[in-house]
Ligand binder design. Sequence first.
Ligand SMILES: [Zn+2]
Length: 203
Amino acid sequence: MPSTPKGKLAVGAAVGKGFLHITRDLGLKDPFTGSVELVSGEIAEDIAHYLITSEQTPSALSLGVLVETDNSVVAAGGLLLQLLPQAEQSVLDTIEKNLSKLPPISSLIKDGETPEDIINRVTEGIEVKILETKPVCFCCQCSRERLENLLIGIGKEEVSSMLEEQGGAEINCHFCSERYTFDKKDLENVLIKIESQGKKKDD
Ligand SMILES: [Zn+2]
């Protein structure tokens, strides 16, 4: 990846132009998705632009990654701040002031600061109550069972033709790219489940 004179990775130059697709799984039946054209290619700037223009939520977003000369990651993390509709102007002013003197997020993480430490920096002068903490991970809600249900949902005809034409099916999860393979026997099982559901409906 190219780097800028300050030694910061030029993510924008590597990403180039295109679209940013955002998917949020809010635990509802379908995930919420939206997209905007990339403005800069710098991930934080583009996500903030998306939140402000598409979701109309005043947001500040800071992402950072610190890499060694061998490209290994030393520290990486981010901060997303969003204003609730009733937030007072004074809160906004204080946060803006604190953000302007916030060191790069990656260096704070490298120095061992916790998310709570960073929140305290950004909200200095405001009373803060932590309501919940959750670990973050690169993980997905997908499972073999979920995708099998998807196959059951698309119906007998489609599954039969997959079985006839390809002798199986390969499905990639839209969100995490995990690949699930269903062989001949799996699809036959899916067909049996579709049949038995149909029967239940007929009863
Ligand atoms: Zn997945």
